[in-house]
Design a protein around this ligand. Structure first.
Ligand code: IDP
Ligand code: MG
Length: 139
């Protein structure tokens, strides 16, 4: 059954470059309501668990290094068809393939440093949201 929530992170590169405000504006202007949000930094153990599905991939070490090098903005977002609509808003993993106007087209530097995360399923949205937020932090 589809739910109406997804999970996002504005990744360390987006935070370093000062793009938090612009990206959040684009997200809320696209109809997403912020259910939970914080500035936080993942430990190596956090990133290894969060991205555990990719642990056999050649870029895993680079991904963990990147995602732990500075703070991120973690957030839970709500909208009808949230998971699919947010993936459309962020664009393809590789910004070179991302559609015009998408967040990754606008703000991502490369397939590795691609500015923003979006959950790929309702199930993972729930797991990822619960990884970062306690129930009392969700509104
Ligand atoms: P997604 O973020 O669009 O769902 P995934 O395939 O789930 O893409 O990959 C997770 C993250 O791992 C990407 O967002 C990106 O930061 C990183 N990544 C994916 N593919 C590569 C690669 O080929 N080289 C380096 N980093 C990659
Ligand atoms: Mg993914």
């Amino acid at each position: 059954m589809a739910t109406n929530r997804t999970f996002t992170m504005l990744k360390p590169d987006a935070v370093e470059k000062g793009h938090i405000g612009a990206i959040l504006e684009k997200i809320t202007a696209s109809g997403f309501r912020i259910v939970a949000m914080k500035l936080t930094q993942m430990t190596k153990a956090d990133a290894e668990e969060f991205y555990g599905i990719h642990k056999e991939r050649p870029f895993f070490g680079e991904l963990v290094e990147y995602m732990t090098r500075g703070p991120i903005v973690a957030a839970i977002l709500e909208k009808d068809n949230a998971v699919e609509d947010f993936r459309t808003l962020i664009g393809a993993t590789n910004p070179a393939d991302a559609a015009e106007g998408t967040i990754r087209k606008l703000y991502a530097a490369s397939i590795g440093e691609n500015a923003v995360h979006g959950s790929d399923s309702d199930e993972n949205a729930a797991i990822e949201g619960a990884f970062h937020f306690a129930g009392r932090e969700m509104f």
